[in-house]
Design a protein around this ligand. Structure first.
Ligand SMILES: O=C(O)c1cc(=O)[nH]c(=O)n1[C@@H]1O[C@H](COP(=O)(O)O)[C@@H](O)[C@H]1O
Length: 251
């Protein structure tokens, strides 16, 4: 292989690693430590969600940060603007690279999240985290969206409308299915971050996800980050599963 081809391959592999976020949906620190050490240097980003956070708390987040990992704190804040603003300050103080709020909390709630986070980062001299708005959960299908939640119109239209609202409120990006990524990109432009869970390699179990895409299709659709949980964490050999996903992403 020529050195140019080798360099191109390394660049693609590095870019894939920077875009993959592994969801640590586990309740025990011991299990998480084992998984993180099995995945090794290949994985840069980890998502700490409700299951892990409510069991192991800030200590787990700090341990990952001390290991040089980037952390997406996924606690999906959804409350009155003042409460969310103060929670955003706390998340920022922890030093995470990303955290999220529910876009359904509205403009003022999102505005406070962004504002308070930036203020706190500036006060402490920290890099401001990426603040994301969760649009319509990837587990939701059109039928439940209409029948259970009482929304009219399509999920796609709601996701795009909430992405525009999130951007107007000062958020850095959104969490959405990769199925909506191209529409969001068109409306919100190049710098707006699109983080996509509901990623499933071809042929893998959907579990409770409804709006899914393969890793390569999600990247083609314009996703900036892919969140992958069970296809890696529930695999018999998580490191092999992660490597295989990274390889498809680097193609
Ligand atoms: O905010 C999230 O991260 C999130 C939003 C969403 O709409 N759908 C969604 O699945 N997630 C999270 O992404 C992860 C997906 O995990 P797997 O379905 O196991 O790949 C879980 O930790 C979810 O909590």
């Amino acid at each position: 292989m020529s050195s140019n081809v080798m360099n191109e391959l390394t660049t693609k592999q590095n870019s894939a690693r920077e875009k993959l976020i592994v969801a640590l949906d586990k309740s025990e620190a011991g299990e998480v430590n084992q998984l993180v050490s099995a995945l090794g240097e290949e994985i840069i980003w980890y998502k700490v969600g409700m299951e892990l956070y409510y069991n192991e708390g800030n200590a787990m987040v700090k341990r990952l940060l001390n290991q040089g990992k980037q952390v997406f704190l996924d606690l999906k804040f959804h409350d009155i603007p003042n409460t969310v603003g103060q929670a955003a300050r706390a998340a920022t103080r922890l030093g995470v690279g990303m955290f999220n709020v529910h876009a359904g909390g509205g403009r003022e709630m999102m505005r406070q999240a962004a504002l308070c986070s930036r203020e706190e980062a500036a006060r402490l001299g920290l890099k401001p985290p990426v603040v994301l708005g969760v649009t319509v959960l990837t587990s939701m299908n059109q039928e439940a969206f209409e029948t259970d939640l009482g929304f009219t119109g399509t999920i796609e239209d709601k996701v795009v409308a909430w992405a525009v609202l999130a951007q107007e409120a000062g958020l850095d990006g959104v969490v959405a299915s990769a199925r909506e990524a191209a529409l969001i990109r068109k409306q919100c432009g190049a710098g707006f971050k699109i983080v996509t869970p509901g990623i499933r390699p071809a042929g893998s179990d959907l579990n409770d996800q409804a709006r899914v895409m393969t890793p390569e299709m999600a990247l083609d659709a314009g996703a900036d980050y892919l969140v992958v949980g069970r296809p890696i964490t529930a695999a018999p050999q998580p490191a092999d599963a992660a490597r295989s996903i990274l390889q498809t992403m680097a193609r």
